[in-house]
Design a binder for this molecule. Structure first.
Ligand code: N01
Length: 546
């Protein structure tokens, strides 16, 4: 039965870190809001991705909210890189501490959102039959939330158990004694493979493209590190907010080509020993100059050859056909060494493609591999997949999916021309996945909250980017991407992992600090590039009404 729900002005889609903070900020402004969340709990990515070894590749102290001093003081991370259960506990703690859950409707998937030109209002539709009128709609749907299983022939006839890393069973999976196949070698696979290998009687890893991975050197957070963080937290937070990625890397200022090879290798070795994503920041031009990049890539390839004993297997694990960092650099614990185990077989499905899934396992062009369980670590329809799976209709019934059929178009990655009052937190065209997501989320949420407060103060009820501003931003996003090596990889950043998806570099690579400044300038200039409008006299519904 269709029921109509009234009484709040902002509908938020998703109860991950973005949705939770959005709700909190709107509460603070006295703007009624409610979250609709498909899962049965909060946490978004960290609610769904429960695969073995799931862990954040940004250090826990940095991958946390900064908006509340009290929250910062009372929460204590246990490890350098927090594991999924700890991050999920944190999300739950935040939801409880700020009493957010009472305004979240769980197990409710938003299926559509339609804008009414005559009333300037959205109506949000859910799979439970809700029809929710809202002046504003905030998509806090995450960048990697639509899991993708490739369309393999025979998928349905497989007799064993199938899992996707992004939809892992809550009760966990014990692979003890099983023959297991993992398809994919991205971040999720690289984290789970060492652990699955430790349980399985045999593990087959089906690799299409080898990845660059650096060690995490994870461990308990030392009291000295924690103390330093507590004493200097405000400064660290400020630096993160204004930095290129929202992560406190020490960015090398020299070209990799301007230092002698021994010195260069010492710099790489230092960062390899330190562990983590900072490896890619060793020199100023790794991301923009192929020759400089080759030095970093070669260093990692030499490391792989040093770890993996079997020459042929090591050779298969060497990434060679794209620059380091142009697919997300992975951070692992014992990944390459896992291939020294007797019970692990690496199968190159680039040269011998998977032809079908059979009742017993996986058949490539040259062999069949019998397995009891199959793990799809095959990634996501990233950045646009979730938004396009919701039937979002803006002015005159135009569909977002149609508008984005040649690639996403937005102004600042926050709003889309033709879709007034619809915000996309960490949307395509913003730094999002190239940054520490929580830092980017806080920046977007604060910007949106300030924008809504501005509209309320000026008794305006609609905001929409102009087509000119959107076109200029899209051109800028593309221009900056083209000045880097990123477009040279078949990555999910480029939409290349989804057959038929347009090849467009989706995130904004100009840097988080620069981007923040641009967003702040836009706001300070009275929301430059946006059209703001007041309600028609007969339909005055400004958001400050009690
Ligand atoms: O997904 P992916 P992911 N046949 O898309 C392969 C974040 N994350 O879930 O490269 C055979 O990276 C595909 O091969 P190829 C992080 O941003 C963060 O691992 O397309 N193979 C690839 O190897 C990350 O980048 C963390 O040739 C097929 C793999 O599947 C993002 O999420 C942890 C195939 C997919 O890799 C996504 O990572 C985990 C096919 N038909 C994830 N189709 C941390 O914070 C796909 N593949 C640490």
């Amino acid at each position: 039965m269709v029921k109509t729900v009234c009484g709040f002005d902002v509908a938020i889609v998703g109860a991950g870190f973005a949705g939770l903070y959005m709700l909190h900020r709107l509460r603070g402004l006295g703007i009624p809001a409610r979250i609709y969340e498909a899962g049965s709990g909060v946490g978004g990515t960290w609610f769904w991705n429960r695969y073995p070894g799931a862990r954040c590749d940004v250090q826990s102290l940095e991958y946390s909210y900064s908006f509340s001093d009290e929250l910062e003081q009372e929460w204590h991370w246990t490890e350098r890189y927090a594991a999924q259960p700890e991050i999920l506990r944190y999300a739950n703690h935040v939801a409880e501490r700020f009493d957010l859950t009472r305004d979240i409707q769980f197990e409710t998937r938003v299926t559509g959102a339609i804008f009414d030109d005559t009333t300037d209002r959205w109506t949000i539709r859910t799979d439970r039959g809700d029809l929710i009128p809202a002046t504003f709609c905030v998509m806090a749907t995450g960048c990697l939330s639509t899991a993708k299983v490739p369309d393999f022939k025979g998928l349905e006839i497989f007799r064993g158990c199938r899992y996707h890393t992004g939809h892992w069973p809550h009760k966990g999976v014990d692979f003890t004694g099983q023959r297991v196949g993992v398809i994919g070698t991205g971040s999720s696979a690289i984290q789970s493979i060492p652990i699955i290998a430790g349980q399985a009687s045999h593990l087959f890893v089906f690799q299409r493209t080898p990845n660059f991975s650096v060690p995490a050197h994870n461990g308990p957070l030392s009291p000295a590190v924690t103390r330093d963080w507590e004493m200097n937290r405000n400064e660290y937070r400020h630096r993160a907010r204004t930095s290129r990625t929202g992560i406190l890397h020490e960015w090398g200022t020299e070209s990799a080509l301007d230092v002698p090879p021994e010195e260069r290798d010492r710099a790489y070795e230092l960062r390899w020993q330190r562990g983590g994503l900072g490896f890619g920041a060793a020199f100023s031009d790794i991301g923009v100059n192929k020759e400089a990049n080759d030095t970093a890539a070669e260093f990692v390839r030499a490391k792989i050859c040093g770890i993996v004993r079997d020459r042929a297997v090591a050779e298969m694990l060497l990434p060679k056909d794209y620059p380091l960092g142009t697919k997300r650099l992975c951070v692992d614990t014992g990944y390459y060494a896992t291939f020294n185990r007797e019970n692990v077989t690496l199968v190159d499905v680039r040269s011998t493609p998977i032809e079908e899934i059979t009742p017993a396992g996986v058949r490539t062009s040259t062999a069949e591999y019998a397995v009891d369980s199959l793990v799809f670590a095959t990634g996501f329809d990233a950045m646009t997949g979730t938004l396009c799976s919701i039937d979002i209709r803006g002015r005159a019934g135009a569909a977002l999916k149609q508008k984005w059929s040649q690639g996403p178009r937005s102004y600042l990655g926050i709003m889309v021309a033709g879709f007034p009052n619809l915000f996309t937190i960490t949307g395509p065209g913003s730094p999002s996945v190239l940054s520490n997501m929580i830092v980017s989320i806080e920046q977007h949420v604060d910007w949106i909250a300030d924008c809504l407060a501005f509209l309320r103060q000026h008794r305006l009820t609609a905001i929409e980017p102009t087509v000119d501003a959107e076109n200029a931003w899209v051109a800028h996003v593309n221009e900056v991407a083209d000045s880097t090596l990123y477009p040279r990889a078949n990555s999910w950043y480029m939409g290349a992992n989804i057959p038929g998806k347009p090849r467009v570099f989706m995130p904004y690579v100009g840097g988080l600090g620069v981007y923040r400044q641009k967003c702040d300038e836009v706001a300070a200039n009275g929301y430059e590039g946006f059209t703001l409008s007041a309600p028609a006299p007969e339909a005055d519904r400004s958001v400050d009404r009690p």
